[in-house]
Design a protein around this ligand. Structure first.
Ligand code: FES
Length: 104
């Protein structure tokens, strides 16, 4: 479990251990999102990066180190210097509980 819905105010971000990875779970205007908390450019955490809502697509998050951006829905790298995707996860709400699941 990633936490209770009440722990995620709008804009909240949490980095959680998930197996051998860290997963960034966040709540934006468009909902809950979860991706690997490791930039594919040079392994910086994505925690704390600014989130931008996008019409017709999942929001993006920007790595604070060199500025690469990633699609929060798919993990796809949207801008250089990153070109490899990061893992993305499914967020499931059960009552007031927030769960993160692998997409496999
Ligand atoms: S480490 Fe994220 S853009 Fe370089």
């Amino acid at each position: 479990m990633a936490g209770n819905v009440n722990e995620f105010e709008l804009g909240a971000q949490k980095s959680l251990e998930f197996g051998s990875d860290y997963v960034l779970v966040l709540r934006s205007l468009s909902g809950f999102w979860a991706i690997e908390d490791r930039c594919s450019h040079d392994d910086n955490e994505l925690l704390g990066g600014p989130v931008t809502e996008r019409d017709g697509s999942a929001p993006s998050i920007k790595c604070l180190r060199h500025g690469a951006t990633f699609d929060l829905g798919t993990g796809k790298a949207l801008t250089l210097p990153a070109f490899k995707a990061v893992k993305s996860y499914r967020v499931v709400l059960e009552g007031t509980q927030v769960w993160v699941e692998s997409k496999t």
